[in-house]
Design a protein around this ligand. Structure first.
Ligand SMILES: [Zn+2]
Length: 205
């Protein structure tokens, strides 16, 4: 099975521990001790599988800070980091499957910890990693609908905070006057949806 670390790491750093990888569940003869791989196991115990080591691929992946700090897309032919303006377009235009997209906002957490085997095999429906949420499901039809509304709302000077939380009184008044009350209802129906919040955050214009 292709895991995300196996897709990304071409020359893994080999260790001496034989056993089962706690991250991806695969057998290895070149694993590393868990405590040499992560400093604290307790904060992420719920995502780990049974095992006694970190395989050479998962070890190398965890040790490279690029994958935690940057946003990126990985596919069999390569790997690319994403700048701010590319985060949204990659969701709608991912590479030919299999691929995996990881988008970080602060770079503090590792959003793909529960996703080592969640490669995307469809460009229309897939999981991607989003920090700080973790795994988020992308559905093209829903995402296109949401994106249209977000772009329209921002043009009407509704703020990103309003899109995510609640509208200001002024916005309700403006909607009544200018006739976009229906748009406010549509926005309300998407709130508290993770994909909605992601799309708002990666919209740069
Ligand atoms: Zn592994």
């Amino acid at each position: 099975m292709i895991t995300i670390p196996r897709l990304l790491i071409k020359e893994p750093q080999k260790g001496k521990v034989k056993g089962t990888c706690i991250f991806c569940g695969q057998e290895t003869e070149f694993g590393h001790r868990i405590k040499d791989t992560i400093s604290s196991i307790f904060t992420m115990a719920y995502v780990l599988q049974g095992g006694n080591c970190a395989c050479e691929y998962c070890f190398s992946f965890m040790k490279d800070q690029t994958y935690r700090r940057k946003s990126w897309v990985a596919y069999p032919g390569g790997f690319k980091t994403l700048d701010k303006s590319e985060k949204k377009s990659i969701l709608f235009n991912p590479p030919i499957p299999p691929f995996f997209i990881s988008i970080t906002i602060t770079g503090q957490k590792q959003p793909w910890l529960e996703a080592f085997d969640r490669l995307a095999y469809s460009r229309n429906e897939y999981y991607f990693a989003y920090e700080p949420f973790g795994l988020v499901f992308f559905n093209r039809e829903t995402a296109l609908k949401m994106d249209k509304i977000i772009v329209k709302a921002l043009k009407l000077k509704i703020t990103k905070t309003e899109l995510k939380t609640h509208f200001k009184m002024k916005t309700y008044e403006r909607a009544a006057k200018e006739g976009f009350e229906e748009l406010l209802q549509e926005i309300k129906s998407f709130r508290h949806n993770q994909l909605w919040e992601v799309l708002i955050n990666v919209t740069t214009n």
